[in-house]
Design a binder for this molecule. Sequence first.
Ligand SMILES: NC(=O)C1=CN([C@@H]2O[C@H](COP(=O)(O)OP(=O)(O)OC[C@H]3O[C@@H](n4cnc5c(N)ncnc54)[C@H](OP(=O)(O)O)[C@@H]3O)[C@@H](O)[C@H]2O)C=CC1
Ligand SMILES: O=C1OC[C@@H](O)[C@H](O)[C@H]1O
Length: 380
Amino acid sequence: MTHNATESTPYVAQWGILGCGWISSEFAKDLCRSPAGRGASDISHAIVAVGSRSQAKADAFVAEFVPRGAAAQVDGLCKVEPRGHGSYAGVVNAPNVHIVYIGTTTSAHYDDARLVLEASKHCLVEKPATLNAAEWADLSTLAKKQGVFLMEGVWTRFNPCFLAIEKAILHDNVIGDIRCIYSDNSLDWHNKKPDSTRMLSAEQAGGSVLDLGPYPLVYTMMLMYRHPKNGLTPPAQVGSTMMLSRTGVDLASSVTLTFPQLEAIAYLTMNSLSSTPKQLHTRIVGTTGEILIKGWTSRPSKFWIRRLVDPAEGGVFLEDEEVDCAFDEFGLCFEADAVARCVRDGLLECPRLPHEDTLMTMGVRKQGGYEFLPGLEKVK
Ligand SMILES: NC(=O)C1=CN([C@@H]2O[C@H](COP(=O)(O)OP(=O)(O)OC[C@H]3O[C@@H](n4cnc5c(N)ncnc54)[C@H](OP(=O)(O)O)[C@@H]3O)[C@@H](O)[C@H]2O)C=CC1
Ligand SMILES: O=C1OC[C@@H](O)[C@H](O)[C@H]1O
């Protein structure tokens, strides 16, 4: 065992947070929840530094979300008090910070991640990690050179309901051989939110495929690309259709990925014109049945198994079996727990989301031809 853990006390991850926007507040709130409540006794979390471009905003964030720190501070496992910083550099250079969560807007991710890695701190950067594959490859090389952990924050890969779906398909074989994934992730923000909103803004590198696309891709990457019979073979074909908005980002996109070794295909859709129904966002079809998934695409919470009466005939199903995996947490704590364990164990990449997977999905996201504003991409 390394760092501060012993047989009887959990390893405490000492986090710094960059950016005091919405998702950082959800991250902070989740880290305040007792890990014991989700059955985790080997790790806990402290939030020791919070950074904003404004000192007042950082101080207000600390006062509102982490006045006493996160779970480990409240439980007396970490004596460091949380502190607000009026710059991101203040956080990455704070000696008590071991891991930095980047919750800044997408166009800032690459520069912020470089700042973290150059300070030799471990790094969890929100999705989409970067604007393109070249930027991600550059960060990956830097993290390895510095000997620090780096991961894209795709929380769905660590969601308990997603884990149950993965087990049902890959281990328990409940739908037979996987054939098709239909997955949608859409939010009807067009003409309802200002064009300066993160997903609609070209300056912030918004757009459906970058902002919404990572989640339908989770189902594809984990259930097809990582399917044992696929042997990590990249999709043979990646097709994409895009409609651009008046701001220049993609208003609507579709992505199709083929996996000939599995005789399987994924049809993914994402747009800012409609909202995905919580009743059904993803349908996974196999040779002996289907799985229908409820909740948000990024935060599944319940699913139905629908078995064919006669797989040779098709068309007629037995009564649906409901699997309820509802949980109280927002859900970012599950990826934070995984990151804490990796750092504790000295890993530089997370086995459930290695650098290579992010590299591949960054490539997929580029297929449709949406061009960023000049200067946004730092590496091409
Ligand atoms: N995992 C998930 O479920 C989710 C992930 N996300 C991802 O998180 C990131 C942030 O999204 P969200 O929290 O909704 O966005 P917000 O706009 O609420 O927050 C983004 C923060 O980024 C910082 N920032 C740095 N540079 C800029 C800039 N040039 N313009 C605007 N803000 C800037 C600001 O922090 P400050 O002013 O304090 O410096 C701001 O508060 C995005 O990359 C998004 O894709 C978003 C929602 C859900
Ligand atoms: O990352 C996010 O942004 C887009 C939303 O679809 C999703 O729920 C959220 O997690």
